[in-house]
Ligand binder design. Sequence first.
Ligand code: AMP
Ligand code: MN
Ligand code: MN
Length: 325
Amino acid sequence: MDAALTRRIIERLGSAQHPVLLTHLRPDGDAFGSLLGLGHALRDLGTNPKLFVEGGMIDMYRFLPGSDLVQDLPDAMPETDCLVALDTSTRERLGQKTVSWIRPIDIVIDHHISNPGYGSANLIASEIPSTTGVLFKLFESAGWKISPSTATCLFTGLTTDTGSFRYRGTNAETLHIAAKLVEFGADPSEIAKQCYLSISHERHALKRLVSNTLSLKDDKKSAFLTILPEFYSKSGAKSEDTEGIIEEVSSIQGVEVGSLFEFSQDGGLRVSLRSKGRVDVNAIASCFGGGGHKAAAGIRFAKEAEKNRDLVLAAISQAIASLKD
Ligand code: AMP
Ligand code: MN
Ligand code: MN
């Protein structure tokens, strides 16, 4: 991480009177972990940051300390002298309501390789596998206190974004950061219990419906799942309950790319892509206006869902065909 940039961001955050922190729509563990992790750190410095995400808190991450601080996006732009976007690869992914906020984002802190740097200051460290890891390094260089609450939030983002320290981006530094967070008070087995061993019955019912849609292609090197709108009424699950379902296909032996196509009521399509490492799914997603990381990326289409699903599947086939065995 660039030392001068890090210093500039620390000064900006440390001197803010009314910081407002934002993260991406359809938030995951790293989104909530970085929102609340930075929230706790700033509160420990004596300010009262406001934390917003489209839709507010979700049940799965309610165990995070301070989760009551997270609010749904307000209609009007909140008063602030420091607007921060966390773990969000494009400005649009901050949510529809923020589009009308005619104000630059002051600070972007992220780890998505596809992030164009849409803030006035952009700390984008794609070599670190979670935004909470970037925040940890920032807090360390600032000499800011890392309380057990902060450590719990940061560890949650690190474990969820690395698939419990299994994905490629996990290296010695990741494990050093995790170890230090445990020293600062994060409890790995309690966090794992909350993130991985507390699946609601509705979520499990959705998973069963989705599992039945499994299709294999390209010599079983590509596998995909489908979510239809009626799966939600059948299972009682919510849209947030899709997180992690894609693991079901990307974990199959021999599968290089796993994908999940979620068809929405309004004719739109949400695509999740996962690679075991040989295919760059960020490159595929970028061709369709999406983005993410080499091994995990996503795309959103507003219309022509089936046609776009076929185009994405064709792009995956092409990428797999060009692999040298
Ligand atoms: P997901 O499959 O939704 O878990 O997303 C995988 C990764 O790609 C995450 O890091 C997302 O932030 C990123 N991502 C997902 N959808 C998009 C999109 N439409 N545009 C840019 N990045 C995305
Ligand atoms: Mn995220
Ligand atoms: Mn992330």
